[in-house]
Design a protein around this ligand. Structure first.
Ligand SMILES: [Mg+2]
Length: 359
């Protein structure tokens, strides 16, 4: 089960979300209640550090034995998790058996799915091999990129006009500018922008956050048009609370915006009921599959925000969700892949299966 309730957060819960990526975060609860008190905030930061000790190498035999035991425990956890969320590569034959005769539609997150997570989000490039595979996938199946990023930004990484692009967590959807079928002409229409009235507010908050987060080294604010990202992947853990406080103070003035958390990123978006799951439903409807029993959507993503899409597929009882992760996570996805390299391998096998089976 996923914990979607904590996805939309108030100021105090935001720190819980930050702390959630820290081992033993539960022990921090007492400190979080007194978040507004400076001394308790300091205690919180100390506690966060204490629960995330720096890894050190040790040559002592007892340390090595402990490390081996920990590695063995971790592997056991991964193995038992994968019983419920097996590798989509290992289960490929089973997957293609289930989708035989159905119309496949592929939905792909970008960061951490098609490209590795890198320190500088402006350099999250995907490989030539991945681009070639995506091009082949789009030749056979309607394909959409569904991302928290600005639509134009992700297009500058992917550079394939034949895909659908759902940027800003699906709040900015555009169809292919190059038709998969050349005889059908081009569709350059913007399909959906449900949060357009929030644009001036988002722009205003972007400028304020740029200014306010200057004091936090490594913090990077990205304007995704219909939402904002505050990346903390390069922020020293010591400054996480300061950054959270800055963002919280700004958002206090904008109750129509909400805060969610992704992988090493705080995300600010309008309080409308729209997410990657809604974007998936909208795209299926646009493709004429709203009430179809013959459609088989495949959604691949690595982020908490992708869980909304996994959940939609689970509720529809159609297609499959694939989580990209090396470590056990709560997820609504049915299958897993370890990293973008495995995502490319899975997509390549899908292309080869399509070509050989002439489905
Ligand atoms: Mg991602």
């Amino acid at each position: 089960m996923t914990n979607h309730e904590s996805n939309v957060v108030g100021p105090d819960v935001m720190l819980i979300a930050l702390a959630a990526s820290i081992p033993n975060a539960a022990v921090l609860g007492g400190f979080l209640k007194g978040f507004n008190d400076t001394s308790k905030l300091n205690n919180l930061i100390d506690s966060m550090r204490a629960s995330s000790p720096t890894r050190t190498r040790s040559s002592s035999s007892s340390s090595l034995a402990n490390n081996n035991n920990n590695a063995s425990d971790n592997q056991d956890n991964i193995n038992s998790w994968m019983v419920y969320h097996p590798s989509a590569l290992n289960m490929f034959d089973q997957i293609v058996y289930n989708m035989k005769g159905k119309k496949i539609v592929t939905f792909l997150d970008y960061d951490g799915t098609l490209s590795p997570i890198v320190a500088d989000p402006d350099k999250a490039f995907m490989t030539k091999k991945m681009r070639a595979t995506l091009k082949d996938i789009a030749r056979h199946f309607p394909t959409a990129i569904v991302t928290g990023r600005c639509r134009d930004k992700v297009y500058s990484f992917v550079k394939l006009a034949e895909l659908y692009y759902a940027g800003s967590h699906g709040m900015d959807i555009k169809g292919p500018t190059k038709s998969r079928n050349p005889n059908k002409g081009n569709d350059k229409a913007v399909l959906c922008q449900p949060a357009s009235k929030f644009l001036p507010m988002i722009e205003e908050v972007y400028k304020i956050l740029l200014e306010k987060t200057k004091s936090v080294p490594g913090a990077k604010v990205e304007n995704n048009k219909f939402c904002l990202s505050v990346h903390f992947r390069c922020v020293d853990e010591k400054c996480w609370a300061a950054l959270a406080e800055q963002v919280r103070l700004v958002l206090n003035e904008y109750p129509k915006l909400k805060l969610t958390q992704g992988r090493k990123v705080l995300e600010i978006r309008p309080t409308i009921k729209w997410d990657k799951g809604k974007a998936l439903e909208f795209l299926l409807e646009s493709l004429g599959y709203e009430n179809s029993n013959d459609v088989f959507p495949i959604y691949i993503g690595d982020d908490r925000t992708d869980e909304d899409a996994f959940k939609v597929l689970r509720n529809r009882g159609q297609g499959i969700g694939i989580l990209v992760s090396r470590v056990p996570k709560d997820t609504e996805a049915s299958y897993t892949l370890k990293d973008p390299v495995e995502v490319e391998q899975f997509l390549r096998r899908l292309v080869e299966w399509k070509r050989s089976s002439n489905q």
